[in-house]
Design a protein around this ligand. Sequence first.
Ligand SMILES: CC(=O)SCCNC(=O)CCNC(=O)[C@H](O)C(C)(C)COP(=O)(O)OP(=O)(O)OC[C@H]1O[C@@H](n2cnc3c(N)ncnc32)[C@H](O)[C@@H]1OP(=O)(O)O
Ligand SMILES: CC(C)C(=O)C(=O)O
Ligand SMILES: [Mg+2]
Length: 568
Amino acid sequence: MTANIHPRRQGMPEAAIKYQPYPQVNLPDRTWPGKTIAKAPIWCSVDLRDGNQSLVNPMGHDRKARMFRLLLDMGFKEIEIGFPSASQTDFDFARWCIEEGDVPEDVSLQVLVQCRPELITRTFEALEGAHKPIIHFYNSTSELQRRVVFGKDVAGIKQIATDAARMIMDMAAKAGGDYRFEYSPESFTGTELEVALEICNAVAEIVKPTAENKLILNLPSTVEMATPNVYADQIEWMCRNLDNRESLIVSLHPHNDRGTGIAATELGLMAGADRVEGTLFGNGERTGNVDIVTLALNMYTQGVDPMLDCSDIERIKAVYEYSNEMTIPERHPYVGELVYTAFSGSHQDAINKGMKAIRTANKPLWEVPYLPIDPRDVGRSYEAIIRINSQSGKGGIAYILQQDYGINLPRNLQVEFREDIQRITDEEGVELPSKRIHARFMERYVTQPGTRLRFVDHHTYPDPERKGVRIVAAEITDGGEVKRIEGTGTGPIDGFINALSIYLGVPMSVVDYSEHSLQQGSNAAAIAYVEVEHPGGKLFGVGINTNIVTASLEAIVSAANRVLEARG
Ligand SMILES: CC(=O)SCCNC(=O)CCNC(=O)[C@H](O)C(C)(C)COP(=O)(O)OP(=O)(O)OC[C@H]1O[C@@H](n2cnc3c(N)ncnc32)[C@H](O)[C@@H]1OP(=O)(O)O
Ligand SMILES: CC(C)C(=O)C(=O)O
Ligand SMILES: [Mg+2]
């Protein structure tokens, strides 16, 4: 056995024999690690091409058109609409965009084509009449593809690119249109940097870009092969060494094979790239293209305007799912069903406190623990921020009652009620929806079905014999029978609990009291919370009434019922 094999390794071949490490870039004076992303790049959606070519069932007209409309609405200024020389569907779609697509003047339609004459000719036919379209031509330049796919050396591969560039420039000149051009040394990440540079410079020499009509040089991570820092090094190296950099737009086209497409793109932008090609939520070949929505919202959460409208993320998701016939997982950044939801107690507690602090501070700055973005900024609500299961704590339950029903539980009542909810979630092992939490609260503290005592009425008057003391005469029912009880105290609460203590023969006193209104307006109901001490401990009662004194006395009856229950 070789020393570096895990002794319990099973099945997989030895890594070092089957795979080799990706070479580092020799760039000791790299500058990108000190940079930040301070503005949005030029975005290009490749949903309708790279996304489409990876689908089980490629899009027909309707699915394409719906996606196209969304991309325009989101504010994309460059949209790769397909590979018109590859299929009639894509050709017809290009014609539809040009003739009926209502494409704004500042939007460039982009199409992909291989460096093959017959395909280039067909591409020009597809683009007739388009306003400033981008012709994106590509050929693979990687060492592996040179060897096994094309059987050509570097010169041969360079010639494929330069022949195509020449033909495209000739056709563009003859067509007289206002074309833009993009070249991709496809499989750039598998290409030696010197080779990629030589081919890109050779293409640029033919295209003759200017500061007014720049050549887009797209450096794709066709297959993501290394850690994101390596891609950043490659981009910085290319940006430093390309001829005539000011007439070029350096573009990234990352895929996500190692699951680090977002990081690679962000570091690539720090390394000097101007533009990003990607797809909504990262659909695309294999593990996908880089996810533009996540990139944009990552920028947004750093205070940088992403220049893309993601304010209706549910619409973006719906179109993604319709057009791609795929679904988005619950944990997908910014859009997944569960990404704004905390089930666990300490997260809920912190969110609850953070939301309260935001409400009271009345400042626009978003600072809520565990929520990197305000869900409302992308059209999501606060409804699902906190959901309750057996992992939840008092803060979460308090949040739900506050958020959904305007009930602000005092801290000790949160602790008490949490125990009750915890018993249920442990028993049932599933999530407890907000409605059930509220119903349980009402049943346990307010309506109390099956309990003995009910409050009916009361009046108070001064004790003629003791100054500052009032007599409370109250009517209650006990098991349905009307009872008149009497007690004394400094006010109605004091006097009423004294009356109940005498009647029940159980000493009780109020140790905490609070109340608040439940709705806005003059007919607002009040909710009162009393914490009552009795020989067996402390517990809460709650009353709800339009009259605040009545609510308080009902809360005492509620507590007394619970005392009786506790005493068996
Ligand atoms: C990384 C990317 O995403 S690249 C984009 C890939 N997208 C697609 O392929 C989707 C659309 N493609 C298609 O519908 C088809 O491939 C077509 C219509 C473009 C071409 O179809 P076909 O000619 O029948 O076949 P195929 O795709 O197998 O062609 C491969 C041939 O083209 C050559 N070739 C492949 N890419 C290129 C290129 N960019 N430039 C020049 N030649 C190329 C290959 O070397 C191969 O040559 P060979 O026939 O001499 O062996
Ligand atoms: C056509 C090119 C840009 C591509 O999709 C890739 O390299 O991934
Ligand atoms: Mg791609």
